[in-house]
Design a protein around this ligand. Structure first.
Ligand SMILES: C[S@@+](CC[C@H](N)C(=O)[O-])C[C@H]1O[C@@H](n2cnc3c(N)ncnc32)[C@H](O)[C@@H]1O
Length: 248
C-alpha cells in the first residue's frame, strides 16, 4: 500500500534523517521513507517495548523480501512528550494515528518541530471523526469502544478528534506553513477482515472477555452488540484521515 498523497508530494525529494513518532510496528515509518526518492536513515520511537520489537520484526521481514533496507532503520524506546533527541537533527518527522494517544498532543507536536531543521517537514496523519458515512461510522464506533477499553486499563486513549481539532492543534504550534489533505485508507491494512461481520464479532467478543470480572462488563457487552448490529446493517469502511504537511 502506498499513501498516494504523500508519494505525490514527496516522491522527488532526497532526504537525510527521518523520525517516526509513536511508531508502533513501524508501518508508517516504512511507508513514509518509501515515499521519498531516497533517505539516509530513520529512527522510530515508542514507549512500548513490544512496539519496538514488532517494528524490528516487521522491518526485518520486509528486508528479507527486498522491500526495505533494515540497516537504515533504528527503533528506540522513548517518550514523544520528552524526546532525548537534539534540536534540528532531522529533515522530516512523521506521526500517524497517535495524536489522540497523548495527554498533551500539542507538546508532542512542539517537540517534533524542535527536532526538525528549519525548512524541514513534519508530516501528520490522523483519522478523524466528523462527516462520516454510516459505514465509516462503524470504524469510528469500534475505535471509541477500543479507546474505552484502553482507558479502563489505565492507558491514555481519547476518542479520535474532528478534522478541525487536528488542524487547530497544528495551528497552535505555529508552523510557518501547513497544507492539509483528506485520505481514505484502503480496507486492507489494520482493518483486515473488519468488513466481515463474523470476523469482527470473533475478535471483539474475545477482547471483551478479558473484562468479564469488571463492573462495566454488562454495559460494555450491550454497547458491543449495538456496534455489531450497526456494522451488519450499514457495513464497514475505514474512517478518513487528515494528512498534513507542516513546514518548519
Ligand atoms: C495507534 S498506535 C500507532 C502506531 C503507528 N504510528 C501506526 O500508524 O501504525 C499508537 C502508538 O503510540 C504509542 N505511544 C503512546 N504514548 C506514547 C508516548 N508518550 N510516546 C511515544 N509513543 C507513545 C503506543 O505505544 C502505540 O504504539
Amino acid at each position: 500500500m502506498s499513501i498516494s498523497v504523500i508519494k505525490e508530494k514527496l516522491g522527488r525529494i532526497k532526504v537525510g534523517k527521518v523520525l517516526d513518532v509513536a511508531t508502533g510496528d513501524g508501518w508508517f515509518a516504512r511507508e513514509l521513507v518509501r515515499s521519498f526518492a531516497s533517505f539516509d536513515g530513520l529512527i522510530g520511537i515508542d514507549t512500548e517495548q513490544r512496539a519496538i520489537d514488532a517494528a524490528l520484526k516487521a522491518t526485518e521481514a520486509e528486508a528479507k523480501e527486498g522491500v526495505s533496507d533494515a540497516g537504515k532503520f533504528h527503533f528506540l524506546k522513548m517518550s514523544a512528550e520528552e524526546m532525548t533527541l537534539p534540536d534540528k537533527a532531522f529533515d522530516v518527522a512523521g506521526i500517524a494515528n497517535s495524536l489522540h494517544h497523548f495527554s498533551n498532543p500539542q507538546k508532542v507536536l512542539r517537540e517534533m518541530r524542535r527536532v526538525v531543521r528549519p525548512r524541514g517537514l513534519v508530516v501528520v496523519l490522523e483519522m478523524f471523526s466528523d462527516g462520516l458515512t454510516p459505514a465509516q461510522q462503524s470504524h469510528d464506533k469500534l475505535h471509541r469502544f477500543a479507546a474505552k477499553l484502553d482507558r479502563l486499563d489505565g492507558r491514555v486513549h481519547h476518542d479520535t478528534f474532528t478534522r478541525g481539532r487536528v488542524i487547530g492543534l497544528l495551528d497552535k504550534v505555529e508552523f510557518p506553513a501547513i497544507e492539509s489533505h483528506t485520505w481514505i485508507p484502503p480496507r486492507s491494512r489494520e482493518h483486515q477482515g473488519h468488513d466481515l461481520p463474523d470476523r469482527i464479532e470473533e475478535v471483539w467478543i474475545k477482547r471483551l472477555s478479558h473484562y468479564k470480572e469488571r463492573d462495566e462488563y454488562v454495559a460494555l457487552k450491550k454497547e458491543l452488540e449495538e456496534i455489531l448490529n450497526h456494522i451488519l446493517e450499514r457495513g464497514f469502511a475505514p474512517a478518513p484521515t487528515v494528512v498534513a504537511f507542516c513546514r518548519c
